[in-house]
Design a binder for this molecule. Sequence first.
Ligand SMILES: [Zn+2]
Length: 1018
Amino acid sequence: MHDDVSLTLGRVRRVLTERIRPAVHGPRLPMEVRAHRLPGEPVPPDQGLGLEHDPYEVGTPWGPAWSTTWFRLRGEIPQQWAGQPVEALIDLGFDVNMPGFQCEALVYLPDGTPVKSLNPRNQWVRVSDTAVGGEAVELHLEAAANPVLLDYHPFLPTQEGDVQTSSPKPLYTTRHMDLAVFHPEVFELASDLTVLLELVEQLPEGARRGRILTALDAALDRVDLQRIPETASAGRAELVEVLQAPASASAHTISAIGHAHIDSAWLWPVRETIRKVARTSSSMTELIDATDDFLYGMSSAQQYAWLKEHRPEVFARVKQAVQEGRFVPLGGMWVESDTTMPSGESLVRQFLHGQRFFESEFGIRCRGVWLPDSFGYSPALPQLMRRAGFEWFFTQKISWNQVNRFPHHSFDWEGIDGSRVFTHFPPMDTYNAQLSGEELARADRQFREHRTSTSSVAPTGWGDGGGGTTREMVAAARRVADLEGSPKVRWEHPDDFFSRARAELPEPPVWVGELYLELHRATLTSQHGTKRGNRRTEHLLVAAELWSTLAAVRTGADYPYEALETLWETVLLHQFHDILPGTSIAWVHREAVETYARVEDEARKIIDGALDMLAGSGTDHLVANAAPAPARLHGIELPADTLTAPGSSSAPAVELRRDGEDLLLENSLVRIRLDDAGHVVSAVELATGREAIVAGERANVLRLHQDFPNMWDAWDVDRFYRNTVEVIDGVDELTAEVDAAGAAVVTVTRSFGSSTVTQRLTLEPESRMLRIEQETDWHEAEKFLKAVFPLQVWATETIAETQFGVQRRPTHTNTSWEAAKFETSMHRFVLVEEEDFGVALVNDSIYGFDVTRDADGEVTTTVGLSLLRAPRFPDPETDQGLQHHCLGLVVGADVTSATVEASALNIPPVEIAGDAQTAARLGRPLAQVEGPAVLRSVVKLAADRSGDVVVRVYESAGRRSHAELTLDPALDAEAARAVSLLEEETDDVPELTVDSQAGRLSWPIRPFEVTTVRIPQA
Ligand SMILES: [Zn+2]
């Protein structure tokens, strides 16, 4: 016989698609359908179920973008179906090629019990396992007409991304809403054939492939295509032998976990995520009930909290399944956050709020951090994960790198402080696996640790919007559990996978430093209003905690636990990896900016209330400095964490004079020279005479680049943006004056394109920082705005602030790894320095920068701060309108002084009236921090509401040193303990030396170490 492989494969493909899969469901009967289209936003299910319905004819259009339609379906089971399984088959107008991105529905029984969801790849609802003839069926659908914003026309601007601009035209047309008999044996035959077909497509020539091909032909010979239900068993019998052949002894093992990566907002608003979570969780508990070994994992305490609040019936089912160990809470975080931009304190709260929720609701803690999709991972994370009690870390996003292939799949990841955490990337390169033959073979082929390690993870199910695992995937998993030629698959808790993988790798390879994603670099800049809101609220909430703690301990005031928790959880939600990065639809960012304004307002109210308590009544001028380092106001130094009555300044006013066309601004520390266009052409540190600006160059120059990436507009900036540049150096108006506080202020207005920009450059007395406040009325499309500083500094590396420390990156591009980092992240500053001189650029709301190394006789360093973009997808109006930035050029800076200046810029002093003596008594710090570069991160009351004070400090400069805390007598120094980030006793923390007489705690502190101390009140 001639061996024609393609003939057999073609036969199986056609018969499966055109005959066997359609025959899984037998005779059909249309249901009687009525519908109610809601005029506005969704309503709770109890209201939806009580709505009046109008007649609806299947096949007519329904659902303008973002609208909800409640369908009522009724039918009666025919007598001749009695005894058989019956399902409802509902096609809302799905496109099966796009699971997750379109219309969806949750199915309810008439009594309000949620059953499961309807998604493009999940269009059935079991009505009865053993039908009774004549039985009435009634189902209600809460159908959401979420528009398709990606895939048909990827990255084209669309108005459908906000309910305020979307079209009223219906988007979907139902195809059928039927009752049908379900044929289990045909379903099993389809699953057998699918798994063997996909396997044989991956197998090399050889005996195994031959056997399977023969079996496939034999099976199809036995199936009568006119009588498939009657002959399916005979077909399956021909496949038993090839399906029973066991996997080889060294087969790779794949640890599958059911999954549906549900973004907490993205191409849909937050309110839709609440429903997506309810839909997917209903389907997954249904699938858990229908199977023996399937496990489903869901991250994000926030998503469980939404269920609890909005869909308590679904939450009850989930809770039950969690208790049974089948529904697995993952990640221990409040949401799957971005990790490059949130502050250190925010990341701690992601863990604290996440783990506390899982503990209180389910009595469990997550052992690992689960972030499959965030856009790069901060090198501060390993320490924070370890200090929060986590044992492992999971992602896969680095497989999206444009250039470099990551060398490991299972490895130890080492952070800036030297902490290591065991990490796994699934070699399948997806968080939406279907367990197809191709995926299984790919995982086996690509896995980098085969020499010592036997297994990898596969998050299995439709994600990026929901849906989750299907019964087809469960059927495939059962067949590839132990199948010759295939990796072995088993449903497994990731904890079990990580324990095994760690044991197999006693000396895992080590990756040091950030996990930089060589893609999506523009997420550090897009949607500036969202980023600014994050930065402001992070600082205000820490200030609110500081003053509230002082007020609680010193005056007995109530600590606003509820309010602070709620505000933090709002900020944490918005750090989700499509909100803070600026990659959601217009609706999400419009709401985010409004929400941040509300959080700011409420945080300020808490701050004002606490300061009122601490200030007493009076008319003395008081200043509250909530920065963890001394700050200045009008030339007067203010101590850290203190409410004081400052004296008056004796510092001389800044000298402002003309020198030809130039302006000179000079105080006791620096002399700044501006040219006639308001650019910085010289900045000299007077003590050393060092010049910060490259001779003949201009700094603080605004550069406008064309910015039209090849795809992923809000996410990506491609390297070629640098090829086109327009320098914005025209001047509409320039004024200069010395203000009442003795500061020199130069204001410059420029216009370009359809936009204008005003910069206010201020040099204060006794300050080495030129402060630049910028207001941009931004009306550009597909442009990238940078503020550029050519610095006369021969820097081998940039030093950028990250959570609880700094990270260093080479300025050269020797290897493809460095070259790929042409846009990188920072927090509040980036510093470049030589042996004895450095220049820092500090900011109040910027996260991205680039650096170029220039050589013309000597090496200099040009830093470009990324201010604004104007991508048109998914939000066509990204960043349009008024935008604010504040930054500073610090001349003669090191890590410590840059941190101090950046802190003060981000949480400026607050001036109030009160009584100076009361303030002196009540407004001094509860815990005074000492140590060369040791800084307070937070002072708060413990989350368990015991009244204990929690003080978190960190070593900020990368120096091995000694930390010291001097405590107020109101605190019981003797009982102080170093604790975990979750504020609990643990072994993995330094031993404190206590001098109870002096109320002093001290301990050795490692470079970038974070220490949390918990102190009961005396
Ligand atoms: Zn995502």
